[in-house]
Design a protein. Structure first.
Length: 234
């Protein structure tokens, strides 16, 4: 290994993903792939053996004692930065894990340029987390929210208030089917799978909170609504 290259270990339960990522990075002279694995226990052994500069691992790797794989590894190797891989339709995992912008992440469909840039930035300590909103809570990528229409942003505030489609339909004088249609479009644009996650996304984006809801949060959290957000994303 070159003394100037960044040593990397890749861990993903899917053979195609880990092999494909290794092959993608192989021509990059700044990066040296030390090992790949699909097992969390083997990852521990490989990290002890190779002492990598960066670990790239799946957010969905099977782990021991129901621990989150990211936590399991960072607890053992706190000095090694980790880049978490997520499926394109699994933004909810990243949001739920990343409550303070503490780790780097990539979608598995990321381009070679994006992957290399993230590795270099993480190694240099200059990585800027796209999910972090600067208030101690994670936030959906601003570009995704900006893609919502004004009407969809309005609907998101209702979903964030945990109102049912029937309740929203009554408020807006619309059919339940129309409300459900808005919900599905918003879920698709925000890359959210579960309906309950719409509430989390809405709460994380207090820009879109109804005034009454936001002031209610202030009242019950002694002026610190982030405590609610931390509980939601814990």
């Amino acid at each position: 290994m070159s003394s100037t290259s960044i040593s990397v270990i890749i861990a993903d339960a899917q053979t195609l993903t880990r092999n494909g990522l290794a092959k993608t990075l192989e021509p990059t002279k700044e990066i040296e792939i030390m090992a790949i694995t699909g097992c969390i226990s083997e990852l521990t052994l490989l990290c002890n053996r190779h002492q990598p500069d960066v670990i790239i691992m799946s957010a969905a790797m099977p782990c021991v004692d129901n621990m989150k794989p990211y936590r399991y590894i960072t607890d053992q190797f706190p000095h090694v930065p980790v880049i978490v891989l997520a499926d394109d339709n699994d933004a909810e995992t990243i949001v739920a894990m990343n409550t303070s912008g503490e780790f780097a992440w990539l979608y598995k469909s990321a381009t070679e340029e994006k992957i290399v840039a993230t590795i270099l930035a993480v190694h240099k300590g200059t990585y800027k987390n796209e999910l972090y909103n600067g208030y101690g809570t994670s936030a959906v990528n601003r570009a995704l929210l900006d893609a919502l229409t004004p009407r969809e942003k309005e609907m998101l505030t209702y979903f964030g208030a945990d109102l049912t489609a029937k309740e929203i339909a009554a408020i807006q004088n619309l059919s339940i089917r129309t409300i459900e249609g808005h919900k599905e479009k918003i879920k698709e644009k925000l890359r959210v799978k579960g309906s309950g996650l719409l509430a989390i996304y809405a709460l994380l984006q207090n820009t879109y909170l109804p005034t009454l809801l936001y002031w209610t949060m202030l009242l019950f959290t002694n002026g610190n609504p982030d405590t609610i957000l931390a509980d939601i994303t814990a």
